[in-house]
Design a protein around this ligand. Structure first.
Ligand code: NAD
Length: 297
């Protein structure tokens, strides 16, 4: 397929490379000229601007941008995608943004005849490179079916979540729960160890008992309990505290608009904000255990 790709950062760069590997023809654009040059070297063509990419010979355009303001400016801006793209071109936004903004952009696209789905991902930069991302897709089923073979070049688990915006709904709900379970696991591990338990024995009990969860059995925040997790390498790599903070902001904002309580989600946001404001924004999100125990390195 002839595909345009905008946003070649930590995630978009490797995703675009996987599209090339799968034999798709790619035209790319990014504010960073070095990101564009890397993809051109791998076989893509470069467009000088969003407008030029939108007007080029593409059948589908995928965007992977930092946050909602970037997505709105790229799609809705005066010289943006929608102002320049031909009606039959299909649009996929894989950025993580709030569901309301996703629905607003998709409605504007639809109004001028461009089918659009939101398709945020989980799986991190490792999954983007390996082509094993999970895509949570919101939009019409017929549009999901067209997007599916293209997304399969970048991901393994591709799920239709319902109408427009529902991909983002699934993403914010899951990540809010992840933050809550991580904080709960950190709290329980720290309590048990302070009361005299060996951390590995305690984790073993939790992981075969009713407290078991992904943060306890796959990504335990206590150092030394598991190999190959950020807690065992000084909380480097993994999923950064500030990225988790961004996703919690999306969850609480979406909750405000839906007039629904997110009591633990709001508390989790404040705990991560406190932790980030203490200079820990770049540490993996499991480092939140340091809020309980400053002696943990
Ligand atoms: P990033 O900051 O590394 O990349 C974003 C890219 O978009 C940059 O190259 C930037 O130059 C480009 N860009 C910004 N504004 C632009 C514009 N107006 N025109 C053209 N290019 C523009 O971000 P990332 O880590 O690749 O994340 C992208 C999205 O994926 C975010 O919404 C993030 O929340 C989500 N996400 C990230 C991860 C992760 O582990 N990094 C995991 C899951 C989801």
């Amino acid at each position: 397929m002839k595909i345009g790709f905008i946003g070649l950062g930590n995630m978009g760069g490797p995703m675009a490379r996987n599209l090339l590997k799968a034999g798709h023809q790619l035209t790319v654009s990014d504010l960073s000229q070095s990101a564009v040059a890397g993809l051109v070297e791998a076989g893509a063509s470069a467009a000088a601007s969003i407008a030029e990419l939108a007007r080029s010979d593409v059948e589908m355009i995928i965007t992977m941008l930092p946050a909602a303001p970037h997505v709105k400016s790229v799609y809705l801006g005066e010289d943006g995608l929608l102002a320049n793209v031909a009606p039959q071109v299909r649009l996929i936004d894989s950025s993580t943004i709030d569901p309301m903004s996703a629905r607003e952009v998709a409605a504007a696209a639809e109004k001028q005849g461009n089918r659009m789905v939101d398709a945020p991902v989980s799986g991190g930069t490792g999954g983007a490179t390996a082509g094993t991302l999970t895509f949570m897709v919101g939009g019409d089923k017929a549009d999901f079916d067209v997007a599916l073979p293209v997304l399969q070049a970048m991901g393994k688990n591709i799920v239709h979540c319902g109408p427009s915006g529902n991909g983002q709904v699934a993403k914010v709900a899951n990540n809010m729960l992840l933050a809550i379970t991580m904080i709960g696991t950190a709290e329980a591990m720290n309590l048990g160890v302070s009361l005299g338990m060996d951390p590995a024995v305690l984790a073993g009990i939790i992981n075969t008992s009713s407290g078991r969860n992904w943060s306890s059995d796959t990504y335990n925040p206590y150092p030394g309990v598991m190999d190959n997790v950020p807690a065992s390498r000084g909380y480097t790599g993994g999923f950064g505290t500030d990225l988790m903070l961004k996703d919690l902001g999306l969850a609480t904002e979406a909750a405000k608009q839906a007039r629904q309580p997110v009591i633990l989600g709001g508390l989790a946001q404040q705990l991560y904000q406190t932790f980030s404001s203490q200079g820990n924004g770049a540490l993996d999100f499991s480092a939140i255990i340091k809020l309980y125990n400053g002696a943990i390195k």
